[in-house]
Design a protein around this ligand. Structure first.
Ligand code: GLN
Length: 574
């Protein structure tokens, strides 16, 4: 469908964390299923230049795009729902916008004019929006982060108000997501917060065309009529998204509510009804899952599950694929020490050791890798996960005492994980990592190659440290298999244990590319091994078969390195 690119702007009111990103992504999916070419963008009013340096405790996961953008986690929802790979252009913050404006001012580009929020900052915001417009895109959905009423959101509301004037009324649609809370002992649903947030939006010159009301349980037609008349929005354009069991239901809910029809009418898009057969099938698989696997996630930020959002979704996708569901046990890495190791980990069907930065909890993660290795528990290590698996093997099987990553112990005699040469001189905290999609070639006959079904694969990266190539020979000829490496053979990308159902690590973050109907292969492998470990309910449990024996064997190998080993260790240090 050629023609002008249409814009949908999604704002939020009343409260944060309403699922505005999910609503936007779901609308994107519906439009895509109508045959439209959709792309998405998030504009974040905070001042950080990008989320790369933000604490996951506060902001949740940093989502990495193919081109190495460190972006807001909502981009993960967008990619999973619209099934398109996005780029850095799909996320801009006040910080990045001001950086551009100030750089332009320093270059003299404003010809001596006073540089102001309007028009200079708002023009920069508009140029970020139009950077996604192209002949290949029918609809750009732009979500504005934060909530109307926030101080820092004002330039964004002004910019999106102006876009309607710039590109024409019929090419812009404003969708406002609000909350209809239950209040009081009678559990009455209240429209007042919605009215107030729409009033606030209008005071900035933006009249919503459609309202998505989030609520705990469905709202009545009468309430919709009330919202319609008080907010001056067509009653057909008041859509209700009540809490759903699965986020993948939301496109179906919004379609039932007619949101995609209303948006197409407003934008004068003559698109056929969406084909939702596959999406319905996906939801059916979720609803009819027969079995549940218990996967322990050994992390540092487990009190804020959003810090591992893509990992959780990748686990869900893999489970859906295998007709199962996942119960995640959130395990604080620091607690996986001493006597707690057994009691925390022994009931699990599988373990994920996710990515992370900083030393806290590292020994617990190494213990988890050892436990999984010794007890035949399926384990998947992601980025830092691969690194701790390598450290476990070096210390406990190869006998390289005190082996570590130089990130956590710069004086270790065995830096099995070390800083990449190219990163040594960089001191700036932003964007100094190996970021974005990198190719790897897989070793034929490995479990990793088998699940990918491909010789060359591409996954996204976000790290500074690597498996130390200078110590690679120590691992050769053992059951620690280097299952994939960079095309030039210099960097280790995948590892696995030969005699283990699934002890696999990757230097990459395959969770970022997992899609509900196309799960990441390594997560599929993990969930499959976890399901195999625990026979269907009723059958005798086969788990823990060879654990203690293996542990005994490995135990004998632990000890001080031989003198020759010590020399090599010194040489391996930079
Ligand atoms: N901290 C490790 C590194 O920088 C791992 C990073 C990660 O897990 N994303 O290499």
């Amino acid at each position: 469908m050629a023609g002008v690119t249409k814009h949908i702007f999604v704002t939020g009111g009343v409260a944060s964390s309403l699922g505005k990103g999910l609503s936007a992504a779901s609308l994107g999916r519906l439009l895509k299923q109508r045959g439209l070419r959709v792309t998405m963008q998030k504009l974040d009013p905070y001042i950080n230049v990008d989320p790369g340096t933000m604490n996951p405790f506060e902001h949740g996961e940093v989502f990495v795009t193919d081109d190495g953008g460190e972006t807001d986690l909502d981009l993960g929802h967008y990619e999973r729902f619209i099934d398109e790979s996005l780029t850095k252009l799909s996320n801009a913050t006040t910080g990045s916008i001001y950086s551009s404006v100030i750089a332009a001012e320093r270059q003299g580009e404003y010809l001596g004019k006073t540089v102001q929020v309007i028009p200079h900052v708002t023009n920069e915001i508009k140029s970020r929006i139009s950077s996604l417009v192209s002949d290949d895109v029918d609809v750009v959905i732009t979500e504005i982060g934060g909530t109307v009423g926030d101080i820092e959101i004002l330039p964004f509301l002004e910019a999106i108000r102006q876009v309607r004037l710039d590109v024409g009324r019929e090419n812009v649609c404003y969708v406002h997501v609000t909350l209809v809370p239950f209040i009081g002992p009678t559990g009455e649903q209240k429209t007042k917060p919605t009215q107030h947030s729409v009033t606030e939006l209008r005071s900035r010159g933006v009249q919503p065309d459609a309202i998505v009301c989030r609520s705990e349980s469905p709202i009545s037609d009468e309430l919709k009529r009330k919202i319609s008349s008080l907010c001056d929005v067509d009653v057909m354009a008041v859509a209700n998204a009540a809490d759903a069991d699965s986020i993948y239901e939301i496109p179906l809910v919004l379609h039932e509510e007619g949101l995609d029809r209303v948006v197409c009418d407003i934008l004068r898009l003559d698109a056929p009804e969406p084909d939702l057969a596959d999406w319905r099938l996906l939801n059916q698989r979720i609803e009819t899952a027969q079995r549940t696997v218990r996967i322990g996630l050994i992390g540092k930020y487990v009190t804020l599950p959003d810090a591992y959002l893509s990992v959780v979704e990748a686990l869900n996708h893999a489970a859906i694929h295998h007709g199962a569901s996942v119960a995640i046990e959130w395990i604080q890495a620091e607690s996986v020490e001493g006597l707690m190791v057994d009691s925390l980990l022994s009931g699990l069907d599988g373990i994920v050791i996710p990515g992370g930065f900083g030393e806290r909890g590292i020994e617990g993660k190494i213990n988890a890798a050892s436990f999984a290795r010794e007890n035949g528990v399926p384990c998947l290590g992601l980025c830092l996960g691969l690194q701790v698996m390598t450290i476990d093997y070096a210390r406990n099987v190869l006998g390289l005492a005190n082996a570590h990553s130089s990130e956590f112990d710069p004086r270790t005699p065995w830096p099995v994980i070390d800083l990449m040469e190219s990163q040594r001189s960089i001191t700036d905290k932003g964007g100094t990592m190996r970021l974005g999609a990198c190719l790897a070639k897989l070793r034929a006959g490995t479990k990793v190659a088998e699940v990918y079904g491909n010789e060359v694969v591409s996954e996204r990266h976000r790290h500074r440290y690597e498996f130390n190539p200078k110590l690679r020979s120590r691992f050769e000829g053992t059951d620690f298999v280097i299952a994939g490496e960079s095309p030039d053979g210099l960097l280790v990308e995948f590892i696995e244990l030969a005699d283990h159902p699934w002890w696999v690590g990757t230097q990459a973050h395959p969770e970022f590319k997992s899609r509900p109907d196309r799960p990441a292969p390594l997560f599929c492998g993990l969930v499959k091994a976890a399901l195999d470990r625990r026979p269907p309910d009723g059958a005798p449990d086969q788990a823990n078969g060879s654990g203690p024996e293996q542990a005994g064997e490995r135990g004998e190998q632990v000890g001080e390195p031989a003198p020759a080993v010590a020399e090599e260790s010194a040489a391996a240090r930079r």
